[in-house]
Design a protein around this ligand. Structure first.
Ligand SMILES: *Cc1c(COP(=O)(O)O)cnc(C)c1O
Ligand code: SF4
Length: 338
């Protein structure tokens, strides 16, 4: 029986039945509400709790410090103000050329088709970004196309978000056809956390779409801890193995979640089990509300040194920071050797 190949119905049902109430989440995880509930309710007013039930099942019951829980439970510390932690740390509003288009780097640009995500990650640098005002409509496609054709150096489009895999297959296939119709585009990249938090999203039709595109497909997943990759998630991801598709992962180094060399080493090996190559390890962007996830840069470098010493080179993600105005992500470790 091929139980790993899903139908759209399954994940749509899951997506319409997320946990959004902190009270329910704490009940589900048998956690004491005394310390967590009131702060969680307050913090969720600024950025709502949103998590698929299948992700909650990966969280250990009764453990308020579970590394997966910390990523999704609203916390009163988010409400603290800290100098230097701002609403738009990357100046993205300025890089916005056309509705949905965020073009900062030469050969490739981000195309945002939805502001929605399957999960709300508390550290997310886009938590304040005004997506809803900025999504491309069907009639914007002609302008986007002209924008690309006027810039022959563009050969790759990155669907980013929000999370593009919250869109239906039908909508995705419409955009895929549009992108395929521009000859200079060779690569379609999809940045998504959805397959990690809602693995049933990898359904028959989606795998068919990717495997039959004329474009090279790069799927960049977002996973921060090996516990996010349970057996079901890994088998779903493996259903995407195909000569036309490459899978990479980006993580953010987060205090309390994955701030140890052993955790990062385990994550790399687990990703490898799923045929995913670690790509980036991002240092947190200084976004308002995420200060409690941040780590001292010397500490990060000491962890990274250990990671380098304990993994084969192909399983070491590049440690990078995004600096507003730079032409690429900035490597942090060993920068002087570049
Ligand atoms: C990260 C990012 C990309 C992709 O950069 P790569 O280094 O190719 O992964 C493209 N555009 C923007 C705006 C980005 O932030
Ligand atoms: S899925 Fe990605 S874009 Fe969405 S909240 Fe999480 S980190 Fe942010």
């Amino acid at each position: 029986m091929i139980n790993y190949l899903y139908q759209e119905q399954n994940w749509k049902t899951e997506l319409s039945n997320l946990i959004t109430d902190p009270n329910e989440l704490l009940d589900e995880l048998s956690l004491s509400k005394d310390q967590l509930l009131s702060g969680s309710i307050l913090a969720s007013e600024a950025f709502k709790l949103r998590v698929p039930r299948s992700f909650v099942q990966k969280i250990k019951k009764g453990d308020a410090y579970d590394p997966l829980l910390l990523q999704i439970l609203p916390h009163h510390l988010e409400l603290e103000e800290h100098a230097g932690y701002v609403v738009d740390p990357l100046g993205e509003e300025e890089a916005n050329q056309l509705p949905g288009v965020l073009h900062k780097y030469k050969s490739r640009f981000l195309l945002t088709l939805t502001g929605a995500c399957a999960v709300h990650c508390r550290y997310c640098f886009r938590r304040h970004f005004p997506y809803q005002e900025n999504l491309p409509k069907n009639q914007d496609w002609e302008n986007i196309k002209q924008y690309i054709e006027a810039r022959p150096e563009i050969n790759e489009i990155i669907l980013s978000g929000g999370d593009p895999l919250t869109l239906t297959n039908q909508k995705l296939s419409i955009w895929l056809k549009r992108i395929e119709s521009i000859e200079q585009i060779k690569i379609l990249r999809i940045h998504s956390r959805t397959p990690i938090v809602l693995p049933s999203r990898i359904d028959n039709e989606f795998t068919y779409l990717l495997k039959n595109s004329r474009l090279r497909i790069i799927l960049v997943l977002h996973c921060n801890h090996e516990n996010e990759l349970d057996d079901f998630t890994v088998s779903q991801l493996k259903s995407l193995i195909h000569p036309n598709i490459m899978m990479f992962n980006q993580s953010v180094i987060l205090k309390g979640v994955n701030d140890s060399a052993q955790t990062l080493v385990n994550l790399s090996y687990r990703l490898f089990d799923a045929h995913i190559i670690p790509y980036y390890l991002h240092v947190l962007d200084k976004v308002k509300g995420a200060h409690h996830f941040d780590l001292d840069s010397e500490y990060i470098e000491s962890i990274y040194t250990e990671v380098l010493a304990n993994l084969p080179g192909y399983l070491v993600p590049k440690l990078v920071r995004e600096i507003a105005g730079e032409r690429n992500k900035t490597p942090i470790y060993g920068n002087s050797m570049a």
